[in-house]
Design a protein around this ligand. Structure first.
Ligand SMILES: Cc1cc2nc3c(=O)[nH]c(=O)nc-3n(C[C@H](O)[C@H](O)[C@H](O)COP(=O)(O)O)c2cc1C
Length: 323
């Protein structure tokens, strides 16, 4: 059974398959979400939007869309490809997403989301989950959230990950929508009290293991986005602290070296080094040589032909005396 006590949030452009392989070197157990992939891209696009590496498991595909048949079709493809979970995005506020009628604007249409979930559930046997906000615009009362969750749980969804901040659909950029309005964790805790049989996960502004443990006293799981990306070594503590795994934390150097076979294979398949190394820039944050690591990779990894020697040279810079 999938244990989603801790997950890394879906983040467009950030949690791509290279990032996920890197994250997996830091934590064996964290559930990793893909970036949102729209049903339109999967059905009509030219690329393979569902590609992932076996090393990434457990991995969840996040879908963006609002057409039940399309979502069911894409969920089925996800299951066939081996994803461990499929999630629908009911939380992303960006304009582009609103025009396509998916993301946070769907919170205003709980029966449509219920139809989507039902169609997906009927199509697959992997878990179908929902990531939402606590509300949108003036639909931000607690009864509104309760009605949303009830309607969708009646359609068969038993797992909700709630970003504890409402979304403003006009006037704020997606970036502002991640800082304003304020977080309301108690509202998510209350949801767990009122729906004890549902899995309720919390997301938004979580940065430390202490904070995670605090939330886990009230809800079933925590999802971390920006901090997991910007300070990736946080993930190295997750298995011991949240999954009770009794093993030494992997070193930063070992994490980098564990990436070498993957990097070599991807370079041979045509990737550029910086496509992968850009996700690793924060690995040595706060450490001796952390700035040198970041700078060296930023200046060299995009160059034609850059390979493992660039990674080795950057690693060597982390072992010199203080900056
Ligand atoms: C760069 C970026 C891209 C994001 N893309 C998505 C996305 O594709 N789907 C989604 O549901 N949320 C997306 N989000 C929102 C995050 O999943 C998360 O809900 C939000 O950042 C709050 O969590 P945090 O404070 O731990 O970062 C994105 C956030 C960031 C910073």
């Amino acid at each position: 059974m999938l244990d989603r006590t801790f997950s890394v949030a879906p983040m467009l452009d950030w949690t791509d398959r290279h990032y996920r392989v890197f994250a997996r070197q830091l934590s064996r157990h964290a559930l990793l979400y893909t970036e949102m992939v729209t049903t339109g891209a999967i059905i009509h696009g030219k690329g393979d939007y569902l590609a992932f590496s076996e090393a990434e498991h457990p991995v969840a595909l996040q879908l963006g869309g609002s057409n039940p048949a399309d979502l069911a079709h894409c969920a089925k493809l996800a299951e066939e490809r081996g994803y461990d979970e499929v999630n629908i995005n009911v939380g992303c506020p960006s304009d582009r997403v609103q025009n396509g009628r998916f993301g946070a604007c769907l919170m205003a249409e709980p029966t449509l989301v219920a139809d989507c979930v039902k169609a997906m559930k009927d199509a697959v046997s992997i878990p179908v989950t929902v990531k939402s906000r606590i509300g949108i615009d003036d639909m931000d009362s607690y009864p509104f959230l309760v009605d949303f969750v009830s309607t969708i749980s009646e359609a068969g969804c038993d797992t909700f990950i709630v970003h504890a901040r409402k979304a403003w659909l006009s006037g704020l950029s997606p970036k502002e929508n991640r800082e304003i309005p304020p977080l309301d964790y108690p509202r998510v805790y209350q949801l767990k009290k009122d729906f004890p049989n549902l899995h309720i996960g919390i997301n938004g502004g979580i940065k430390t293991l202490d904070e995670m443990q605090g939330h886990l006293a009230h809800v079933d799981s925590v999802m971390v986005g920006r901090e997991a990306y910007q300070n990736p070594y946080l993930l190295a503590e997750v298995d011991a602290a949240l999954y009770g795994v009794d093993s030494a934390m992997v070193s930063r150097r070992a994490v980098v070296e564990a990436m070498f076979p993957y990097i070599e294979a991807e370079l041979a398949a045509g990737a550029r080094l910086n496509h992968i190394s850009r996700h690793m820039l924060g690995l040595f944050n706060g450490q001796t040589g952390g700035r040198r690591w970041r700078r060296y990779l930023s200046e060299n990894a995009h160059k034609t032909g850059a390979g493992l020697e660039v990674m080795e040279a950057a690693l060597a810079l982390t072992e010199r005396s203080p900056e």
